[in-house]
Design a protein around this ligand. Structure first.
Ligand SMILES: Nc1ncnc2c1ncn2[C@@H]1O[C@H](COP(=O)(O)OP(=O)(O)O)[C@@H](O)[C@H]1O
Ligand SMILES: [Mg+2]
Length: 367
């Protein structure tokens, strides 16, 4: 089984991504089917190739280097951060840097403690076990993991009821790499058993430009610096989105032009795909426009806003809003959703006096 078979097999994180209402969006951060196929080729193979995340990279470099010098197995590593920022990539890099094999599974794939026991008991010494979506593991499996992480031991329960016995089983030392998009959901006893936690941040545009140049090289796409900057600015701080937009721009360049990606061409291509200069797509803009034009900038309740754009509540709340909030275009308040001055400006609209987000106009002295 190859790494990617394992990662995207049935029940893996890929399966979860398909259930995500925003998974098929061009600017969605979850991996879609095409990403799964291409990402393996685009993943940096070692820390030196990994762009950005300076702090995590340096800290992890120290952890791994020290372990190598001691000839020991590296401490357990927890990686937390939004989808598409490079957690899976870093997990594979940990194994590569340690010269160790990697086994890949995910929280949702481990239904019973027995599933985990089977994996743990078949690990080789020094092997890296990558547990994606670790916050979605079942409670009994989690408790088995505590002991495995700390004492390299599991108790295998044989039999049922009063006759059941626990047979202790020694495990070879291994490195657990856990990844989670929701570090806050991890029980503290689990979090505490990681020797190192890396928090992945969204990438700066200049870092995404480097990701795009690197990917363009691997995909044999000719792109100039302004073209890369144009795509980077629309990628929501996320390498996965940057790589996906690059592929769509490449299609456009190939069909409508001579294949070379320039700023002007990237801009035209992403206009066709309805990704605007801040990385908002059609849904994001529909939500903002409804908030501004139908409700005067709010406050308006989530359900009302969802009906106005013809979407499910969950889609608006989980797919569109997080990025709008992050971009400072929309605020969630106890009285409802409210637009900010930046929202009016982004859609090129003027806020009426007294409207939410009309802050600047409202504070002008009347002449
Ligand atoms: N720091 C980085 N440098 C270069 N490419 C990256 C980086 N981080 C992520 N990528 C690319 O983005 C895509 C998604 O990364 P991945 O590790 O699968 O994210 P996550 O597991 O956090 O969802 C991969 O194709 C990977 O090549
Ligand atoms: Mg991943």
């Amino acid at each position: 089984m190859t790494w990617d078979d394992a990662e995207y097999g049935a029940g893996g994180p890929g399966a979860e991504a398909t259930a995500d209402p925003g998974a098929s969006r061009l600017v969605g951060a979850a991996a879609d089917g095409e990403d799964a196929a291409v990402e393996a080729a685009l993943r940096p193979k070692d820390l030196a190739e990994f762009v950005g995340q300076e702090r995590v990279r340096e800290q992890l470099d120290l952890v791994l280097r020290a372990a190598r010098q001691r000839g020991a197995t590296a401490d357990h590593v927890l990686l937390s951060g939004a989808p598409g920022l490079g957690k899976t990539t870093l997990a594979m890099i940990v194994a590569a840097e340690m010269g160790a094999p990697i086994r890949i599974t995910s929280g949702p794939a481990i239904q019973h403690a027995g599933d985990l026991a089977a994996i743990l008991s078949s690990l080789q010494e020094g092997e890296v076990l990558f547990l994606d979506e670790i916050h979605r593991m079942s409670r009994p499996a989690e408790e088995m993991l505590y002991m495995a992480m700390e004492d390299f031991r599991v108790d295998v329960i044989v039999g049922k009821g009063p006759g059941a016995t626990a047979i202790p089983l020694e495990l070879p030392p291994f490195t657990l790499v856990g990844a989670t998009t929701r570090a806050g959901l991890l029980p503290p006893p689990l979090r505490d058993r990681f020797g190192f936690t890396g928090h992945m941040e969204f990438y700066a545009p200049q870092e995404l430009e480097r990701v795009i140049h690197r990917s363009a090289g691997l995909l044999d796409v000719s792109i100039d610096p302004a073209g890369a900057a144009e795509i980077a600015g629309r990628s929501r701080g996320t390498p996965r989105i940057a790589n996906r937009l690059l592929r769509r721009v490449r299609d456009y360049a190939q069909v409508r032009a001579d294949g070379a990606v320039t700023e002007e061409l990237a801009g035209r291509a992403l206009e066709v795909y309805e990704v605007d200069d801040r990385g908002l797509d059609r849904l994001d803009r529909a939500v903002l426009r409804a908030l501004l034009q139908l409700f005067g900038g709010g406050p308006v309740g989530l359900s009302t806003l969802a009906v106005a754009v013809g979407e499910e509540r969950e889609t608006v709340e989980e797919v569109a809003e997080p990025f709008l909030v992050r971009e400072g275009l929309l605020a969630r308040t106890p009285r409802g959703r409210v637009a900010t001055p930046a929202a009016w400006a982004h859609l090129g609209l003027t806020a009426p006096q007294g409207a939410a987000g009309a802050g600047r106009q409202a504070t002008l002295p009347d002449a």
